[in-house]
Design a protein around this ligand. Structure first.
Ligand SMILES: Cc1cc2nc3c(=O)[nH]c(=O)nc-3n(C[C@H](O)[C@H](O)[C@H](O)COP(=O)(O)O)c2cc1C
Length: 323
């Protein structure tokens, strides 16, 4: 039996130290989050891009499908952030992840509701601020991550200083796709990892087949960094849309409902993400982690967990201890 370090996030004690990263615009919905929760990890619904009632229904569905740990990821950059947090708390979600900006108010709301808040950070400074305000844990995200990026530095370069700076549990994210990556993070003092790209290539992830095919075909040189109207760079696959964007010819938004607190207006990121999820992959943005080329199969979440834990056991050495 593989002995893993024991830890808690608030009162929660997941069987395995693996969080499935929240993915906006319905990439991670109840089907994926519940499957990860059932497998013993932490499943996360990406709230960004959902309406409030849709989010409520997704949380209920995930809780119906699994008695495991289900969280919600909400980007601070969205205008409905506060209402989404309230909806998630009303639905008694197990924990809330927040990134792409920093909210102080969320910690008080989480405390009052008894729901742990986990901040996504990329620097020791922000990790310390999160700890001070009451975060139950942090996700440390390196530049290898998919989606919006808070740093241009690799995960294993920023991790040691953040580990040194804080005492709360730390989950490493960005470019981890197998047990070797998890083992490396644990050996550097992380309590666990957050992975997203690996879980897109699962049977339970709801994206279109075209989206998954692009992932499966991707070579290292197909992954790039693009500007996002959110005001942060984002890691995505090269395609027709990205070529237009990088040559200064992004299609301007056709309509706008003011979904972001601040938006550059260069193009509509929500439309672009929704296009790709629904199969119009050349007309949209396909967010992806840097190491997508290391994944070669679409598996059930259960099989992904089995493989990760088998590899982890191998890389942690004979005595199964973290060395
Ligand atoms: C398609 C996609 C969408 C994402 N959307 C979000 C999001 O809405 N909020 C967030 O905090 N992170 C988001 N991320 C980042 C992931 O949650 C995760 O931290 C990161 O991708 C980890 O790196 P990996 O994909 O290499 O495992 C997204 C990543 C991907 C691939």
């Amino acid at each position: 039996m593989l002995q893993l370090p024991k830890f808690r996030v608030g009162d929660l004690a997941p069987t395995f130290p693996i969080i499935q990263g929240g993915m906006a615009l319905r990439v991670s919905t109840s089907s994926l989050a519940a499957a990860v929760a059932e497998a013993g990890g932490i499943g996360v619904i990406g709230a960004t891009g959902m309406g409030l009632e849709e989010l409520r229904a997704e949380i209920r569905e995930a809780k119906r499908l699994s008695k495991g740990i289900v969280g919600v990821n909400i980007m601070f950059a969205v205008r409905e952030f506060a209402d989404m947090v309230k909806t998630a708390l009303e639905e008694k979600v197990d924990l809330i992840f927040t990134g792409a900006g920093f909210s102080r108010d969320i910690f008080k709301l989480g405390r009052e509701a008894g729901v742990p808040i986990v901040s996504i950070v990329s620097s020791a400074r922000l990790a310390l601020v999160a700890e001070k305000y009451g975060a139950s844990a942090v996700v440390v995200e390196g530049t290898e991550a998919g989606g919006h990026l808070g740093t241009d530095k690799p995960l294993f370069e920023i991790l040691p200083a953040i580990r040194e700076a804080i005492k709360i549990p730390l989950f490493a994210a960005g470019g981890i796709v197998n047990g070797e990556g998890i083992s490396r993070a644990l050996k550097m003092g992380a309590e666990g990892v957050q992975m997203a790209t690996r879980f897109v290539l699962s049977k339970e992830c709801n994206v279109s087949d075209m989206f998954k095919k692009m992932y499966l075909k991707a070579k290292p040189e197909d992954v790039t960094v693009i500007p996002s109207p959110v005001g942060m760079p984002g890691r995505a696959l090269k395609n027709t849309f990205v070529a237009r964007l990088l040559s200064g010819d992004a299609p301007p938004p056709e309509s706008c409902d003011g979904c972001l607190k601040q938006c550059s207006g260069q193009y509509c990121i929500m439309n672009a993400l929704e296009n790709s999820r629904t199969g119009r992959v050349e007309e949209g943005v396909v967010f992806v982690g840097q190491n997508v080329h290391q994944i070669h199969d679409i598996l059930s979440v259960k099989d992904i967990f089995n493989n990760l834990l088998y590899e982890l056991k191998f890389y942690m050495g004979n005595n199964n201890k973290v060395v």
